[in-house]
Design a protein around this ligand. Structure first.
Ligand code: CP
Ligand code: NVA
Length: 308
């Protein structure tokens, strides 16, 4: 394979609706195999490079366990130990790493970094979180919704919180999979409308009041007030977001069978109360586990194509 002709997963918009239909059913199939301890090694002897420029628990573990379960193995690289941390150009790193491995996952800062890396990679590159997007997480979230409540098409998702990587990815998913996203954040932390296409706008309602966003919703979700890389804004964010807490009162405005999701790690008493995240409507542990299953489907698909 040559750079420029490889299929990557850098944002949710990169795959078609049909590809998502396949990945969601494939993830369910792979999950069932995993639960019955069935060996399945389509990626026998393949190597996944995992490059981390930010912290991670779930992403690292789910990718590392996932490639292993598919018959391959993972190499963990971070900024501190590699030459990337000493200024080696991203383009050079991509050339070298992609000549020694079969697939690459990157967690980094700007989306431009992963795009430059992918443009110079001979093998598929997966976004394991950037400042702009977190597509593997939203894929797991949608899989979790489908698994617990059925199709997400035509449903309403309430986002209560920051206009961060998760929020923009949810909006891409709403456009791709045809559901509605209600977004509510304090003034000064709104979505940047210049990043949103006119078609995506058809799937978005911006609500000044988080209660309005949650009314009748099928899924309520939030995330940390301060994402990785924005730590110096933490104090001002704590004040700005104080009324954007997912409480039981907010959840009670959603549909009675609405689910609560959070990509984790969470801060009880900040963006969500303990009552909600530890309560009966919360599916956060399934959501975290499903990172493993959807990413196995994704890696298998990027390397082997459809296997159904
Ligand atoms: N949700 C998520 O991506 O978790 P980690 O930061 O632990 O990888
Ligand atoms: N929005 C959060 C997600 C962490 C998984 C962050 O970028 O830090």
């Amino acid at each position: 394979q040559v750079p420029g002709q490889v299929k990557h997963y850098l944002q949710f918009a990169d795959l078609t609706r049909e590809e998502y239909d396949y990945l969601l059913s494939r993830a369910a199939y792979l999950k069932a195999k995993f639960k019955s301890y069935e060996t399945w090694h389509p990626l026998h002897d393949r190597t996944l490079a995992m490059i981390f420029e930010k912290h991670s628990t779930r992403t690292r573990l789910s990718f590392e366990a996932g490639i292993h379960q598919l018959g391959g193995h993972a190499v963990y690289l971070n900024t501190r130990d590699t030459q990337l941390g000493r200024g080696e150009p991203v383009e050079d790193a991509a050339q070298v790493i992609s000549r020694m491995t079969d697939i690459i996952m990157i967690r980094t800062f700007g989306q431009d970094i992963i795009e430059r890396f992918a443009a110079n990679s001979r093998v598929p590159v997966i976004n394991g979180l950037t400042n702009e997007y977190h597509p593997c997480q939203v894929l797991a979230d949608i899989f979790t919704f489908v698994e617990t409540r059925g199709s997400i098409q035509g449903k309403t998702v309430a986002w209560v919180g920051d206009a961060n990587n998760m929020a923009y990815t949810w909006l891409q998913a709403a456009e791709k999979l045809d559901f509605q996203l209600r977004f509510s954040a304090p003034a000064g932390y709104q979505l940047d409308m210049s990043r949103i296409s006119s078609n995506a706008l058809k799937h978005l309602t911006v609500c000044a009041d988080p209660k309005e966003a949650c009314k009748g919703a099928d899924l309520v979700t939030t995330d940390v007030w301060t994402s990785m890389g924005y730590e110096e804004e933490n104090t001002s964010r704590m004040t700005a977001f104080k009324d954007w807490i997912v409480s039981q009162e907010l959840m009670s405005l959603a549909k009675p069978n609405a689910v609560f999701m959070h990509c984790l790690p969470a801060h009880r008493g900040e963006e969500v109360t303990a009552e909600v995240i530890d309560g009966p409507q919360s599916v956060v542990w399934e959501e975290a586990e499903n990172r493993l299953h959807v990413q196995k489907a994704l890696m298998e698909y990027l390397l082997c194509g459809r296997l159904d």
